[in-house]
Design a protein around this ligand. Structure first.
Ligand code: FAD
Length: 114
């Protein structure tokens, strides 16, 4: 397979993978600096993401739903809701946010990731 520039869907898939994985390993009890860094990181995604409409809509979304950085649980639920907002906009199925840590950190309970 050739190495080619990513299209919008590929870029999105890989970016969500990075974002959910970062959030999966965010601490349960983050320091003030870790909270600030995570908040800044998401705001920078909204400014620098290389898809103009995606970045603009994401920035607007952060205004109404700012990152909830107080714990791993709250941040992973927040990111799941935000991702679902984009899923809904694109007509994709919504993801069950109760399963977010199985998907991105622990693996499925049926052992299928081992
Ligand atoms: P993706 O949506 O990329 O999801 C990847 C995987 O994450 C899925 O296979 C699933 O296992 C898991 N997943 C799905 N939903 C959730 C959830 N809620 N919580 C946790 N895990 C989940 N594309 C556009 O065309 N227009 C846009 O405006 C747009 N905005 C975007 C904004 C951002 C910040 C990002 C990162 C991407 C954006 N995209 C946009 C890309 C789009 O969201 C998808 O990434 C792309 O369409 C590929 O979709 P996919 O079906 O491969 O799954």
């Amino acid at each position: 397979m050739e190495d080619c520039p990513l299209d919008k869907a590929q870029l999105g898939y890989h970016t969500w993978s990075l974002l959910h994985s970062m959030v999966a390993y965010y601490p349960d009890d983050p320091s003030h600096q870790q909270r600030k860094d995570m908040d800044n990181f998401f705001r920078l995604i909204g400014r620098l993401y290389p898809c103009e409409t995606c970045a603009r809509d994401f920035t607007l979304l952060l205004t109404s739903q700012p990152p909830e950085t107080d714990s791993q649980q709250s941040l992973s639920n927040w990111l799941c809701r935000v991702h679902n907002h984009v899923n809904q906009k694109l007509g994709k199925p919504l993801f069950d946010c109760n399963l977010v840590n199985e998907r991105w950190r622990d693996g499925w309970k049926d052992g299928s990731c081992q």
